[in-house]
Design a protein around this ligand. Sequence first.
Ligand SMILES: [Zn+2]
Length: 239
Amino acid sequence: MGDFKYLMDRSEKELVGVHATVAEKARELIKKAYDEGIGIAITQGFRSFAEQNALYAIGRTVKGTKVTNAKGGQSIHNYGLAVDFCIFDDKKQPQWTVNKDWKRVCAIAESMGFEIGLKWRFVDPPHLQMTFGLTLSQLQAGKRPPTSAKVEVKPVSNVVKALQESYEDRPIVPYPNKVIKLGARGKDVERIQRAVGLTEKQVDGIFGKQTEQKVKEYQKKHKLAVDGKVGSNTWNMMF
Ligand SMILES: [Zn+2]
């Protein structure tokens, strides 16, 4: 875990434009995590519509791998009500593996009133938000929470167990921006093979009939469209 001042300073830059209550809770979360020996910092806060549109363009009209499915106005970040965090090691390097510590931070965040992306159907583990009862469409229509808006706080013990039971440790791997299907080969296929539960002996990086069958079972289990191909929805559910 990096030093506390570094984590706070790094976060503070990102908290510009974030709702006062959300920013305050984010600072409190950094402190609480640090007290438990987990160094985290906020890596994203407010994003303007223009910034969001620029992100949306990546992998679409601009070269690169898609980073978001939200256009300007479609992300809670655009209203200053969301932050993303990441764990930092001693060398101040971000660590993106969703492990026990990561889940612990999410549990603390949830107890503090944050809604956590780790629990979403399309998981977004770094994401934390507080909308104070407002929906995205209400925000899009111009409604805003009062600057003094408060959130309900729950005991952390109530949420920790459920979280730790429902999520296995896994790295976040961005979608390679191409559908991976029968005949594909390589590292991404190996990742998929592990995610669908093939044994290490069976992991060979070749997307064959057995992998396809396993992907179908995985899709069925997670209520995704069952086609045996790994597109962005299946990928994002896996990673
Ligand atoms: Zn986010």
